[in-house]
Write a new protein. Structure first.
Length: 190
């Protein structure tokens, strides 16, 4: 069945493209989600009239995608995760985590579905991850996964606790700090 795409359909085409798809796919997905309309003679005639506008929008999309790809190409994204022995992660680093890290570190919003990770990252190291922007425009980002071992995390928590106790002792004296700590522990157990 021939359809006219109203917006980009990854791997199939972009706005204004006429493509052949299975009838069920067209009826159950493309038409219902607003991705396409049936390629009738009337719709094809309307498409010809809209070609100029579609071409201008396509040029803007391609320019924006190229600009983003140039900004991200070869950059390094750092992700901190908890690790156990031998560098194995507790859990894994996923595409949404990478997209979130890009947003935080480079102030660029990337759709998590555009991060082409394949399998989740389960070990500490450096990985090259392609990020798609529009059609075939991609940038390769270096993802550096570093980790805190459980022991390091516990040591950091103890150091933070010691710093809080020292600050309390300086502010209210040693006796006042002991009282404040005892009250906080009592509230925590309630």
């Amino acid at each position: 069945m021939e359809v006219i795409l109203l917006k980009e359909l990854r791997g199939r085409g972009g706005e204004g493209d006429v493509i052949n798809v299975a009838r069920g796919f067209a009826n159950n997905y493309l038409f219902r989600q607003g991705y396409a309309v049936k390629a009738t003679p009337g719709n094809l005639k309307q498409l010809e009239q809209k070609r100029n506008n579609i071409q201008k929008r396509e040029e803007v999309r391609l320019a924006d995608a190229n600009k983003l790809a140039e900004q991200l190409e070869g950059t390094t994204v750092n992700i901190m995760a908890q690790v156990g022995e031998e560098g194995q992660l507790f859990g894994s680093v996923t595409a949404p985590m990478i997209a979130e890290a890009i947003a935080e570190q480079f102030d660029l919003e990337i759709d998590r579905r555009r991060v082409e990770l394949g399998k989740p990252i389960k070990a500490v190291g450096t990985y090259q991850v392609p990020v798609g922007f529009y059609r075939d425009i991609k940038a390769t980002v270096n993802v550096v996964v570093t980790g805190d071992t459980v022991e390091d995390a516990e040591a950091n928590a103890e150091a933070a606790e010691d710093a809080v106790v020292e600050a309390l002792e300086e502010a209210v004296g040693e006796e006042g700090a002991e009282i404040a700590i005892a009250e906080a522990e009592a509230e925590a157990t309630e």
